[in-house]
Design a protein around this ligand. Structure first.
Ligand code: 6PG
Length: 261
């Protein structure tokens, strides 16, 4: 069973990055509407990097700017660079500029990672407490996000889970402070346990340079720490791969998921 034939997993190949962003915004809006129908806030965790930016711009534009019930949306981050919010590398700063500052109505909540903490490890512990308070959880519980937007790095990383620099410990932590040697900054990341508790994961993968890593991500049979994106296997959640045609250049027909039942 490869990653795509896992129950609850789908692949949608969009014509280009713009179509991908519009599809991602559409799924965000659907999720927000469903959460409101069920009477709870829509708790979403955003990733950084460049791919999500077009989705943020789509959400800050018609029709979503007016159709999404922003007053019921709580924003969190799947990962963050341990830098000030006004630093060019800040994922919160990027989302604030591309989306949050453009919303007509204030969202229900915005919960950035506390990058002013004394250390990246302290930031992770403080963020974990922020999540547990926002989700009204006990000290050992893992938050269940409604939606987590993830990217895919060329080395198979996702969020800030990098090969060789995965969170240690027994998997009870929801958030980890990490010091990946090659990254430009220390990182705070949701752990695989939190990613895998999500109701819905949407991977956004765009561009020809992702063709090789996407093909591997979809083909991989079992969780492999050397390819962290393969660790994302929600226990009771769906995984949607939204990719553009350039990134899907090496996706064989056989890898395509059967139509959703
Ligand atoms: C980050 C992201 C990271 C990103 C991938 C893909 O903070 O950098 O969370 O995991 O999603 O590196 O980045 P691009 O979208 O820029 O290719």
């Amino acid at each position: 069973m490869n990653n795509l034939t896992r129950p609850g997993t789908s692949l949608l190949i969009l014509e280009d990055a713009d179509a991908l962003a519009r599809e991602a915004a559409h799924r965000f809006a659907l999720g927000a509407g469903q959460a409101v129908e069920h009477g709870h806030p829509f708790r979403v965790a955003l990733s950084g990097g460049t791919t999500p930016l077009e989705t943020f711009h789509a959400l800050a534009s018609a029709p979503y700017l007016r159709s999404v019930p922003w007053g019921s949306v709580e924003f969190f981050w799947a990962d963050e660079r341990f830098v000030p919010f006004d630093h060019t590398d800040s994922n919160f700063g990027a989302a604030r500029n591309a989306l949050l500052d453009r919303l007509g109505a204030p969202p229900a909540g915005v919960f950035p990672v506390p990058c002013n903490a004394a250390s990246v490890e302290d930031a992770a512990r403080e963020y974990e407490e922020t999540l547990r308070q926002a989700f009204e959880l006990g000290s050992e519980e893992i938050p269940r996000f409604d939606l987590i937007l993830l990217g895919l790095g060329e080395d198979g990383h996702t969020a800030s889970l990098f090969p060789g620099f995965l969170p240690s410990g027994d998997g009870t932590h929801a958030v980890a402070g990490l010091r990946p040697a090659h990254a430009s900054s220390f990182r705070v990341s949701l752990t695989p346990a939190t990613l895998n508790a999500a109701r819905e994961i949407v991977f956004l993968v765009s561009g020809a340079r992702k063709a090789s890593v996407l093909e591997k991500a979809l083909r991989i049979e079992a969780p492999d720490p050397s390819f962290p994106a393969s660790l994302v296997r929600p226990v009771r959640g769906k995984v949607h791969w939204l990719v553009d045609r350039a990134a899907a250049a090496r996706v064989t027909e056989s890898a395509e998921a059967p139509p959703e039942g």
